[in-house]
Write a protein that binds this ligand. Structure first.
Ligand code: S3P
Length: 192
Protein backbone atom coordinates (compact mmCIF):
# COMPACT_ATOMS: atom_id res chain seq x y z
CA UNK A 1 0.00 0.00 0.00
CA UNK A 2 1.44 3.34 -1.03
CA UNK A 3 1.00 5.94 1.67
CA UNK A 4 1.03 9.40 0.18
CA UNK A 5 4.00 11.24 1.58
CA UNK A 6 2.09 14.37 2.51
CA UNK A 7 -0.17 12.41 4.80
CA UNK A 8 2.75 11.48 7.04
CA UNK A 9 5.11 14.43 6.85
CA UNK A 10 3.47 17.71 6.02
CA UNK A 11 6.57 19.73 6.69
CA UNK A 12 8.07 18.46 3.44
CA UNK A 13 11.27 17.22 5.01
CA UNK A 14 13.29 14.15 4.22
CA UNK A 15 13.38 11.16 6.56
CA UNK A 16 16.90 10.27 7.71
CA UNK A 17 17.59 6.90 9.32
CA UNK A 18 20.45 6.86 11.80
CA UNK A 19 21.70 4.20 14.20
CA UNK A 20 24.26 1.58 14.90
CA UNK A 21 25.47 -1.06 12.45
CA UNK A 22 22.86 -3.83 12.50
CA UNK A 23 19.95 -1.55 13.32
CA UNK A 24 18.32 -2.34 9.98
CA UNK A 25 18.58 1.11 8.39
CA UNK A 26 18.92 -0.20 4.83
CA UNK A 27 16.06 -2.69 4.96
CA UNK A 28 13.76 -0.32 6.83
CA UNK A 29 14.69 2.41 4.34
CA UNK A 30 13.55 0.16 1.51
CA UNK A 31 10.24 -0.52 3.30
CA UNK A 32 9.70 3.23 3.77
CA UNK A 33 10.54 3.81 0.12
CA UNK A 34 7.91 1.28 -0.97
CA UNK A 35 5.30 2.67 1.39
CA UNK A 36 5.80 6.39 0.70
CA UNK A 37 7.03 6.43 -2.88
CA UNK A 38 9.84 8.77 -1.80
CA UNK A 39 13.24 8.48 -3.44
CA UNK A 40 15.89 6.53 -1.54
CA UNK A 41 19.52 7.55 -1.02
CA UNK A 42 22.10 5.57 0.94
CA UNK A 43 25.32 7.36 1.92
CA UNK A 44 27.30 4.08 1.98
CA UNK A 45 26.13 3.32 -1.56
CA UNK A 46 27.06 6.79 -2.78
CA UNK A 47 30.53 6.41 -1.23
CA UNK A 48 31.17 2.91 -2.58
CA UNK A 49 29.90 4.10 -5.98
CA UNK A 50 32.30 7.02 -6.04
CA UNK A 51 35.31 4.83 -5.13
CA UNK A 52 34.03 1.86 -7.10
CA UNK A 53 35.09 -0.25 -4.11
CA UNK A 54 33.38 -1.94 -1.16
CA UNK A 55 33.48 -0.31 2.29
CA UNK A 56 36.15 -2.75 3.60
CA UNK A 57 38.27 -2.05 0.50
CA UNK A 58 38.00 1.72 1.01
CA UNK A 59 39.03 1.37 4.68
CA UNK A 60 41.94 -0.93 3.75
CA UNK A 61 43.26 1.11 0.84
CA UNK A 62 42.45 4.69 1.80
CA UNK A 63 41.80 4.60 5.54
CA UNK A 64 38.83 5.64 7.65
CA UNK A 65 39.47 9.40 7.28
CA UNK A 66 39.03 9.25 3.48
CA UNK A 67 35.87 7.19 3.97
CA UNK A 68 34.49 9.80 6.40
CA UNK A 69 35.35 12.65 4.01
CA UNK A 70 33.49 10.87 1.21
CA UNK A 71 30.56 10.21 3.55
CA UNK A 72 30.25 13.93 4.30
CA UNK A 73 30.54 14.71 0.59
CA UNK A 74 27.72 12.24 -0.09
CA UNK A 75 25.50 14.01 2.42
CA UNK A 76 26.30 17.40 0.90
CA UNK A 77 25.15 16.01 -2.43
CA UNK A 78 21.83 14.64 -1.19
CA UNK A 79 21.11 17.98 0.46
CA UNK A 80 20.37 19.61 -2.88
CA UNK A 81 17.82 17.04 -3.94
CA UNK A 82 14.15 17.01 -2.97
CA UNK A 83 12.54 15.12 -0.07
CA UNK A 84 13.68 11.54 0.23
CA UNK A 85 14.55 8.69 2.54
CA UNK A 86 18.21 9.04 3.55
CA UNK A 87 19.95 5.90 4.83
CA UNK A 88 23.14 6.74 6.69
CA UNK A 89 26.15 4.74 7.88
CA UNK A 90 26.40 4.17 11.63
CA UNK A 91 29.24 6.69 11.95
CA UNK A 92 27.36 9.61 10.41
CA UNK A 93 26.97 11.23 13.85
CA UNK A 94 30.74 11.52 14.30
CA UNK A 95 31.00 14.82 12.42
CA UNK A 96 29.28 18.07 13.31
CA UNK A 97 28.83 19.01 9.66
CA UNK A 98 26.93 15.78 8.99
CA UNK A 99 24.65 16.47 11.93
CA UNK A 100 23.99 20.02 10.74
CA UNK A 101 23.10 18.82 7.23
CA UNK A 102 20.74 16.14 8.55
CA UNK A 103 19.08 18.53 10.99
CA UNK A 104 18.53 21.17 8.32
CA UNK A 105 16.63 18.92 5.97
CA UNK A 106 15.30 15.81 7.65
CA UNK A 107 13.24 14.34 10.39
CA UNK A 108 15.86 12.18 12.10
CA UNK A 109 14.78 8.66 13.00
CA UNK A 110 17.05 6.64 15.28
CA UNK A 111 16.79 2.87 14.91
CA UNK A 112 17.95 1.54 18.27
CA UNK A 113 17.75 -1.88 19.88
CA UNK A 114 19.17 -4.22 22.49
CA UNK A 115 22.91 -4.56 22.21
CA UNK A 116 22.57 -8.33 21.72
CA UNK A 117 20.08 -7.98 18.89
CA UNK A 118 22.10 -5.26 17.17
CA UNK A 119 25.35 -7.20 17.46
CA UNK A 120 23.79 -10.41 16.19
CA UNK A 121 22.66 -8.61 13.04
CA UNK A 122 25.83 -6.55 12.57
CA UNK A 123 28.20 -9.48 12.96
CA UNK A 124 26.29 -11.64 10.48
CA UNK A 125 27.74 -9.79 7.49
CA UNK A 126 31.52 -9.60 7.05
CA UNK A 127 31.42 -6.12 5.52
CA UNK A 128 32.07 -3.98 8.60
CA UNK A 129 35.74 -3.05 8.86
CA UNK A 130 35.30 -1.54 12.32
CA UNK A 131 34.38 -4.99 13.63
CA UNK A 132 37.44 -6.76 12.19
CA UNK A 133 39.13 -6.90 15.60
CA UNK A 134 40.25 -9.64 17.98
CA UNK A 135 37.11 -9.21 20.03
CA UNK A 136 34.34 -7.85 17.79
CA UNK A 137 31.71 -8.11 20.53
CA UNK A 138 33.72 -5.90 22.88
CA UNK A 139 34.53 -3.46 20.07
CA UNK A 140 30.86 -3.27 19.17
CA UNK A 141 29.93 -2.64 22.77
CA UNK A 142 32.46 0.19 23.09
CA UNK A 143 31.36 1.87 19.84
CA UNK A 144 27.71 1.56 20.86
CA UNK A 145 28.36 3.10 24.28
CA UNK A 146 30.20 6.02 22.69
CA UNK A 147 27.58 6.63 20.03
CA UNK A 148 24.30 6.17 21.87
CA UNK A 149 24.43 9.68 23.37
CA UNK A 150 25.18 11.12 19.92
CA UNK A 151 22.22 9.36 18.34
CA UNK A 152 19.98 10.35 21.24
CA UNK A 153 21.05 13.94 20.96
CA UNK A 154 19.93 14.46 17.39
CA UNK A 155 17.02 12.05 17.03
CA UNK A 156 13.47 13.36 16.56
CA UNK A 157 12.10 9.83 16.79
CA UNK A 158 13.53 6.69 18.42
CA UNK A 159 12.34 3.20 17.58
CA UNK A 160 13.40 0.07 19.44
CA UNK A 161 13.84 -2.43 16.63
CA UNK A 162 14.84 -5.43 18.80
CA UNK A 163 11.65 -7.43 18.41
CA UNK A 164 10.13 -5.82 15.33
CA UNK A 165 10.31 -6.84 11.69
CA UNK A 166 11.54 -4.25 9.18
CA UNK A 167 7.98 -3.69 7.99
CA UNK A 168 6.80 -3.17 11.58
CA UNK A 169 9.56 -0.63 12.14
CA UNK A 170 8.54 1.24 8.97
CA UNK A 171 4.89 1.26 10.07
CA UNK A 172 5.91 2.54 13.53
CA UNK A 173 7.95 5.36 11.95
CA UNK A 174 5.08 6.45 9.71
CA UNK A 175 2.66 6.38 12.65
CA UNK A 176 4.98 8.58 14.72
CA UNK A 177 5.44 10.99 11.83
CA UNK A 178 1.69 11.31 11.42
CA UNK A 179 1.36 12.06 15.12
CA UNK A 180 4.03 14.74 14.87
CA UNK A 181 2.29 16.33 11.90
CA UNK A 182 -1.44 16.12 12.56
CA UNK A 183 -3.75 16.95 9.70
CA UNK A 184 -4.58 20.64 9.83
CA UNK A 185 -8.22 21.25 10.83
CA UNK A 186 -10.29 22.68 8.02
CA UNK A 187 -10.99 26.34 8.84
CA UNK A 188 -14.23 26.72 10.77
CA UNK A 189 -16.75 28.96 9.10
CA UNK A 190 -16.81 32.46 10.44
CA UNK A 191 -19.86 33.23 12.53
CA UNK A 192 -22.14 35.81 10.97
C1 S3P B 1 30.12 2.33 9.97
C2 S3P B 1 28.94 1.74 9.57
C3 S3P B 1 28.75 1.15 8.23
C4 S3P B 1 29.69 1.80 7.21
C5 S3P B 1 31.09 1.74 7.73
C6 S3P B 1 31.28 2.47 9.04
C7 S3P B 1 30.22 2.87 11.34
O1 S3P B 1 27.40 1.33 7.80
O2 S3P B 1 29.33 3.14 6.99
O3 S3P B 1 31.45 0.38 7.86
O4 S3P B 1 31.14 3.67 11.60
O5 S3P B 1 29.37 2.52 12.18
P1 S3P B 1 26.16 0.53 8.48
O6 S3P B 1 25.73 1.30 9.68
O7 S3P B 1 25.12 0.50 7.40
O8 S3P B 1 26.66 -0.84 8.82
Amino acid sequence: MLMRYWTVNRRGRSIALIGMMGAGKSSVGRCLHRRTGLALRDTDEIVTGSFEMSVPEIFAEHGEKKFRDAETEALRRVRTEKEMIIITGGGIVLRKENIAILRSQAVIVWLDGDEEALFARASGAQNRPLLQTKNPKKTFSQILAARRPLYANIADIRIDTSVLTDEEVAVAILAKLRKMNPKPKSPSRAKP
